[in-house]
Write a protein that binds this ligand. Structure first.
Ligand code: SF4
Ligand code: SF4
Length: 262
């Protein structure tokens, strides 16, 4: 259960890329790692790829050990969240991220998109293909976070670049677009369980998706040119992007996927 004292307060201020704010986070702050407890972190497809590689696990094992599935409100689509653990030495029912240590984040260089954005959040207003397009930002103000009292000045654009979040957003753009677009559909437009399973596979379980593409009849059912086959065989990010194009076709019958007749 959420601890009311720690619940995030989302400020109703719409920020754009030029909005300014003052913030700094470092080991010397009294609240160091407080923000890594009692949180709900949705992992993007690229987050999962980076984290499973960092932990030297298959995507299947990473999902089993470190994550929990949820259905994202208003989309009927599965998302993945980090599975929190009982916080060490805690005398409450506080729970913490499995990667938090006394001296900080164990996976800092590969930390998830949400952690990079913090203390900002991002919202997409409508369907978009352009990762720099129709979106806005807001402050996630948690009472324990003292970073706003520090003395470094940023614009939102500078913060995103500094935290490496622009790279994550670019790679995740097609996946974000699927969620935003599905959310705009009437709630009674339900997906089949099989479609949701395919969404999960292509979005979050890249190793099993690779098996599905190369070891099932997939390449006999869809026209995929030889250059693309080589690229998705060699590169996980190319495979992820290919998976998103396929999902777009599967969910919305849009895009350049072609079924082989017969
Ligand atoms: S991944 Fe790292 S930064 Fe993010 S909540 Fe966990 S410990 Fe904190
Ligand atoms: S609560 Fe805020 S200042 Fe404290 S460690 Fe987390 S981000 Fe940094």
């Amino acid at each position: 259960m959420d601890n009311p004292e720690k619940m995030a307060h989302v400020e109703p201020v719409r920020l754009n890329k030029d909005s300014k704010f003052r913030f700094k986070c470092h080991q010397g702050v009294k609240c160091f790692t407080e923000c890594c407890r009692d949180i709900n972190i949705i992992l993007t497809p690229y987050d999962i790829i980076r984290l499973k590689n960092r932990m030297e696990l298959s995507s299947d094992d990473f999902l089993t050990i470190y994550t929990e599935p949820q259905i994202l409100e208003k989309t009927d689509l599965p998302v993945i969240t980090l599975k929190l653990l009982e916080a060490e030495g805690a005398d409450t029912d506080s729970k913490a991220c499995p990667f938090v240590r006394e001296d900080g984040c164990l996976v800092y260089a590969d930390r998830p998109t949400t952690c990079r954005y913090y203390p900002l959040g991002v919202a997409s207003l409508s369907h978009k293909e352009d990762p720099d397009g129709d979106e806005f930002y807001f402050f996630v103000h948690e009472p324990h976070c003292l970073g706003f009292e520090e003395d470094a000045d940023w614009t939102v654009a500078e913060w995103r670049k500094d935290q490496g979040v622009d790279v994550h957003d670019r790679i995740n753009a097609a996946w974000t677009d699927l969620l935003v677009r599905k959310r705009s559909f009437p709630p009674n437009m339900k997906l089949t369980d099989q479609t949701k399973k395919m969404f999960f596979l292509a979005s979050y379980n890249i190793d099993k998706f690779r098996e599905f593409v190369f070891e099932s009849s997939f390449l006999k059912r869809y026209k995929v040119d030889a250059g693309t086959v080589e690229k998705i065989k060699a590169d996980e990010i190319e495979l992820l992007q290919f998976g998103m194009r396929w999902l777009k076709w599967l969910l919305f019958k849009e895009g350049d996927f072609e079924v082989i007749e017969g």
